[in-house]
Design a protein around this ligand. Sequence first.
Ligand SMILES: [Zn+2]
Length: 487
Amino acid sequence: MVKFLTKLTKILAISLVIIIGILVFNTWRYSPDTISVSTPNLPAVDGEQIAQELSGAIRFKTLARDLPAAQGEFRGFVDYLAQTFPNAHGAMQRELINDYTPLYLWQGRDRTAAPVLLTGHYDVVSARSFQAWDQPAFDGVIEGGFVWGRGTLDDKGAIIAMMHTVDALAAKGFTPARDIYFSFGHDEEIGGNQGAGAVVNYFKDQGIQLEWSLDEGSMVLREIIPGLSKDMASINIAEKGYMTVDIVASGAGGHSSLPPRETAVGALAGSLTQLQDNPVPGGLRDVSADFFDGLGPNFSLLQRMLFANQWLFRPLLESELSKSAATDAMLRTSMAPTMLTASDTENVLAQQASATVNFRIHPRDSVGDILDHVRGQIDSETTQVRLRETSARAASPVSSTTSTGYQLLSTTFRQTFGDVIVVPGLTIAATDTRHYAEVADDSYRINPFIFYGEDIPRIHGRNERISIDNLILGVQFYTQLIQNIRP
Ligand SMILES: [Zn+2]
């Protein structure tokens, strides 16, 4: 017996040493890629000038929901681009798609190569908020190193940086290597059908297929991800889909003094709890895995060990990442109950109680998968699940991370932002690229601006602003990108 125990202890000890050895070896191997890029001479950018250019753009109240009444604001913005950037306007050909979306073509030296599309949108959401802004939302105030106002981050800042870049390059007589289109949508915030959607039809009519496109959808994140000391440029290669279902529970109704064992409201509450407790399965696979694999080697030793040894720690990692809304949204299709209705009288039982639940669909799932998941969780004859068909939209295709476009973007981020981690990511909201992706081999989503955690609530929220330093970086990025594009 003693002999057996000694043997067992020995085996255990050896196994432990082997496991620790594997953990250490994997962690050691799991180090950040050292990619060196040439350091170009970035152009000097006049910060005061570009701040003024954006300031002027902010003063147009281009609220998509206000069309057609606000058409003067939209026409004004389109004319403003032409007047403010005469060299760019002169060097390119412009089509106005559905009156308000300017589509510029900058002809390249090689007209046979597939074109590239750089894009943004200039419509904005309302600036109403419970608390007044520190600076007015539509005055274009320049204060404290920032341009303030609705649309500075989302997304006029990017458009002004692009136009400023083309203007400066065109003034020097530069011609791009291949055709570059610039499309500035006017209705992204309400679905983009009239702007980006119509641009896509234009491309289809002309038989134009783009090599790649670049749109908003992420930024260069600084001090946002806990445990990460470097900046991270997440070049988003896909965006989530969208669907909404109504869950409707039926009951007998009647007076609330004689309630049955199960009421419509009780059944509905049970269904919602069941759904909440059983999220759509997800995890560190496909796009989600690529994102965290890009980040993993840059974390501190302990976190690195976990990511490097997913054969052992994947369940632990997935459960940790699920605890935060931001990282959970990267792992799976998210589910959010948003609206409730039932009886409108306090002593009357509801004959019907319903909840509206919104889903943002991960690229690995389809609308049908989510519907099956929801129906599978709700095992009741008196409760129905109804899909709102018209708003349902699958996730985008997933673009390549080995394409020329991705490599160009990743090199350009390293050239302009220095020691930055570049990873492929997932846009969890929607952009105009849901349309553009139809005519592009690959579609990428990121604006070349540094973004802090405190900036998150400014988008669609109060006190939206962009730093002048960011506008300068944006111009340097687009200048370098356009020069990096090869025939
Ligand atoms: Zn936007």
